[in-house]
Each structure stands twice: as structure tokens, then as C-alpha cells.
Design a protein around this ligand. Structure first.
Ligand SMILES: Cc1ncc(C[n+]2csc(CCOP(=O)(O)OP(=O)(O)O)c2C)c(N)n1
Ligand code: SF4
Ligand SMILES: [Mg+2]
Length: 251
């Protein structure tokens, strides 16, 4: 601030208001990422790939090189960019629908090949951008636009535990964790370790962030947070699943 209390002009040029709904978790995940871009001096090195879904609202949010692709294809696009530009830090940012439905083959192949990229999945249990349809991570019994009586696991199967799937495939050196926007300090620690893993050239880094979508959940603030902290965290335990010095699950 200058003495008159106004912001320097450069701040106005470099920051933008976000476009997420009030109470959305995407903004919290990106806040952590933004802090780490500055703290780890990544602004000139980061390749930010975002997917289709509400994640794409971040495509001009950071002053870094960015690219947007469709439904989980952000993973192979970032693999290609990283192979071509190994000194850059490649981040594929996507939702649960993109990652675990149409893009799941790319996750599996990236894990088997231990690609040296960072995949960050924001799990809000729905296809949010298109109006809140059931996604692979919709909880058993959870009501959505396409499961108005609640997810029937006899018909739709059990919700996908993506971090567990990735940890089961992950090679030596891969980093796999699950955090939550309800635990910002832990989320930042996990995200930093994921970025450090790539910088050390150890291979795949995968972080799932449990997140909120009050617009499609149709929840007030109290029920939004309760669903995140109780229902989601019970089925999707927080912690590190793979990697050096991992924290005990559920901590
Ligand atoms: C091939 C293809 N199928 C479907 C769509 C429609 N579509 C756009 S965003 C979206 C939902 C994305 O959900 P998710 O990945 O969980 O991200 P969120 O919006 O929840 O953050 C869908 C189904 C599309 N754009 N392309
Ligand atoms: S629809 Fe849901 S995920 Fe998308 S911006 Fe709104 S609250 Fe966030
Ligand atoms: Mg989603």
C-alpha cells in the first residue's frame, strides 16, 4: 500500500477476482497453490494445466503459463509438456469427474509409467460445472441431479477411492496423498511435498483435495462443512498413502 492507502497499480494488473461460487472449495485449493508458487519461486517454471469443469475457471487466475484441455486429458498433455520441457514443473489440475471417469485411463498409465508430473484432483463428489450430476466419487446414498433417491451402489458401484487406486499402482518414489480444504495447513504441507517430489525427479505426485460445492449440494454453510468433515472424510480418509516420510493415515 502507498501512504494514501491505495494499492500499487501493479497489484491491480496482477490479481483478479475469482469466479467460483461463494463457499466453493476450488478457491481454497488454489489459494494454497498460489502461496506455494510464490514461496517456492515457481512463477517462471510452472506449467498449469486445467481441465473441463469448474477447475477451468482457474485458467487465467495465475500469472503462469497455462493450458486447458478436456476431461482428464490434462494428464497426458502435461506428460507431453514435461517430457519436452523437463526443467518446468508440470501440474494437471482437475475435478473428480474428469480424473476418475473419462480420464481414469490416463491416471492409471501415468502411475504405471511413474511420470514426473503433479496431478491435483479436487474431489467435490459431483460433476459441478454441468449442474451436479452423480460422479465416480458421489457417496453411497448421496442425492444428486441424476441420483434423486441417493446413489444406489448396487447399480452404480461403490464410490471411487482414487488416491488408494493410485497408491496401489504407484512406483517407488511416487508421492500420493489426500488432503481437505477443511485442513489448510495439512493441505499445504502435502501440496509442497508433491511439488518437491517432482523437483527432485522422483516421479509421479498425486494429491486429492476433498472440497465443497454448496451450489450443487444445495447446502447451507453448516451442512456444507458437516458433509465435508464428517461424511466425506469418513469414506475418504486424509493422509499420505505413498512417498518418503509419509504421515500416518487419518492424521
Ligand atoms: C467429453 C465430455 N463429456 C462431457 C462434458 C460435459 N462436462 C463439462 S464439465 C463436466 C463436469 C466436470 O466435473 P468434475 O471433473 O468433477 O469437475 P467440477 O466441475 O466438479 O470441479 C462435464 C460432464 C464435456 N465437456 N466433455
Ligand atoms: S458449481 Fe460448485 S464447484 Fe463449481 S464454482 Fe460453484 S461451488 Fe464451486
Ligand atoms: Mg467434481
Amino acid at each position: 500500500m502507498d501512504k494514501g492507502g491505495t494499492m500499487p497499480l501493479s497489484w491491480h494488473r496482477e490479481s483478479k477476482p475469482h469466479k467460483f461460487c461463494p463457499g466453493c472449495g476450488h478457491g481454497l485449493v488454489l489459494k494454497v497453490l498460489g502461496e506455494l508458487i510464490d514461496e517456492m519461486d515457481l512463477r517462471e517454471r510452472l506449467l498449469f494445466g486445467c481441465d473441463i469443469g469448474c477447475s477451468l475457471l482457474a485458467w487465467n487466475f495465475f500469472n503462469v503459463d497455462s493450458v486447458q484441455t478436456h476431461h482428464g486429458r490434462t494428464t497426458p498433455v502435461m506428460v507431453g509438456l514435461k517430457r519436452g520441457k523437463p526443467d518446468m514443473v508440470a501440474l494437471a489440475y482437475m475435478g473428480d469427474g474428469a480424473a476418475y471417469a473419462i480420464g481414469s485411463q490416463h491416471l492409471v498409465n501415468a502411475a504405471y509409467r511413474n511420470e514426473n508430473i503433479f496431478i491435483l484432483v479436487v474431489n467435490n463428489t459431483v460433476y459441478a460445472m454441468t449442474g451436479g450430476q452423480m460422479s465416480p466419487t458421489t457417496l453411497a446414498g448421496q442425492k444428486t441431479e441424476t441420483s434423486p433417491y441417493g446413489r444406489d451402489t448396487e447399480l452404480a458401484g461403490q464410490p471411487t477411492r482414487g488416491a488408494e487406486m493410485m497408491a496401489a499402482i504407484a512406483a517407488e518414489g511416487a508421492y500420493v496423498a489426500r488432503g481437505s480444504v477443511a485442513r489448510m495447513i495439512q493441505l499445504k504441507k502435502f501440496m509442497k511435498k508433491a511439488l518437491e517430489n517432482q523437483l527432485a525427479g522422483r516421479g509421479l505426485s498425486f494429491l486429492e483435495a476433498l472440497s465443497t460445492c454448496p451450489t450443487n449440494w444445495r447446502t447451507n454453510a453448516r451442512e456444507t462443512w458437516r458433509f465435508l468433515e464428517e461424511d466425506m472424510a469418513a469414506y475418504y480418509p486424509l493422509g499420505e498413502l505413498s512417498g518418503p516420510g509419509k504421515e500416518v493415515r487419518g492424521s
